[in-house]
Ligand binder design. Structure first.
Ligand SMILES: *Cc1c(COP(=O)(O)O)cnc(C)c1O
Length: 360
């Protein structure tokens, strides 16, 4: 596919890669557990509506952060779980949409008469939920609320890279499930695993898993990367090619000075588009003509300057790749994120409005 020549910067979204990654989740956890695809923050910048439509037949529900995100899915496909707490002023619309509210106590659950709730247990994340010692009594109190349906009980892993802590968290949650079992109506789902959990602890999938990042083809921990297919390729067109003499400074603060004759290409994106300013001076590269071209000087709001001395034939209008593959080279979102001292989640969700989404 060739993108229209007037596109300045865009992200090509390979929806078949997302299906591939979902099928990988299914193989990893086996046929039993349900899959709730996390498509919050506009499907991590990949376009929530298109992603939801592309995978609806492979999943049992969707996870979003907020009421607004849930309402944007039209028609609302399958179960939609709101992963963050609901404001009092949003409750009526949450009930009207039949969205599943995440609650941290029985008292909060009681605010959703006629609706469905998911009780969050704090097993060490320290963010939302009731503390695990109170989980049994809170869950039992919700079950006594005739008007409220308890959809599920969940917890969240703060550090899946720490196997010791995570195993004890998973065990505590498993013990809770056992303790609650005699009181529970069948059908109440227990869930824990996000992407890293699915990759590292697939034997603890419980009744449902909540993959986010891995659906988009970015693996954390990185050792699993070859099993996933990155869905997003961030591209831009070269705006301008220039030749700089030795001793010329490039960009704000003059942090880079040429030491030899240098051919530069100017690209139409900057930190306003989500290209991390913190990557300046930390070895970031872009791909042009199948070659790695180093970023020169600081990232500015709307433009970056790269070194194309090794790609002398480059012309204005040529394609550059910021994240993704070109020829034999590849830049992973995790690579660029690391150069900016951040994470792939942050990079994806920071892509700006000027980066047009193109489904392929
Ligand atoms: C965002 C989120 C997920 C998905 O996390 P990934 O690390 O992207 O897989 C799962 N569960 C909850 C509660 C979340 O907020």
């Amino acid at each position: 596919m060739t993108a229209p020549p007037a596109l300045r910067t865009w992200a090509e979204i390979d929806l078949s890669a997302i299906r591939h990654n979902l099928n990988f989740v299914r193989r990893k956890v086996g046929p039993g557990p349900k899959i709730l695809a996390v498509i919050k923050a506009n499907a991590y910048g990949h376009g929530a509506q298109a992603v939801a439509e592309a995978i609806a037949d492979l999943v049992d529900g969707f996870g979003v952060a907020s009421l607004d995100e849930a309402r944007e899915l039209i028609p609302t496909p399958r179960d939609v779980l709101l992963l963050s707490p609901v404001l009092a002023a949003e409750r009526r619309d949450v009930l009207a949409g039949d969205f599943i509210a995440t609650v941290s106590s029985a008292a909060e659950a009681a605010e959703f008469p006629g609706g469905r709730v998911s009780l969050k247990i704090d097993t060490g994340m320290g963010r939302i939920g009731c503390w695990q010692d109170d989980a049994l009594s809170e869950a039992q109190a919700i079950l006594r609320l005739d008007a409220v349906h308890l959809h599920s009980i969940s917890t969240h892993l703060p550090s899946p890279d720490d196997a010791v802590t995570t195993r004890s968290q998973l065990e505590a949650f498993g013990a809770l499930k056992t303790a609650l079992k005699t009181n529970l109506a069948p059908g109440i789902k227990f869930h824990v695993l996000n992407s890293a959990g699915i990759l590292c602890f697939p034997d603890h999938a419980f009744d449902l898993v909540r993959p986010g990042l891995m659906l988009y083809g970015s693996a954390s921990p990185a050792e699993f990367q070859s099993l996933l297919r990155p869905a997003l390729t961030w591209k831009a067109r070269v705006l301008l090619v220039r030749d700089l003499a030795p001793g010329r400074d490039v960009s704000y603060g003059r942090t880079f000075t040429t030491t030899a004759p240098t051919r530069t290409a100017v690209l139409p994106l900057g930190y306003a588009d989500g290209f991390p300013r913190q990557a300046s001076g930390h070895g970031a590269e872009v791909l042009i003509g199948g070659q790695r071209c180093p970023l020169l000087g600081r990232v500015t709001m709307d433009q970056i300057v790269v070194d194309v001395t090794q790609v002398p034939a480059v012309q204005p209008g040529d394609e550059a790749v910021l994240i993704g593959q070109q020829g034999a080279e590849e830049i992973l979102a995790a690579d660029l994120a690391a150069q900016a001292d951040t994470i792939a989640w942050h990079l994806f969700t920071g892509l700006g409005n000027r980066v047009k989404l193109v489904n392929i």
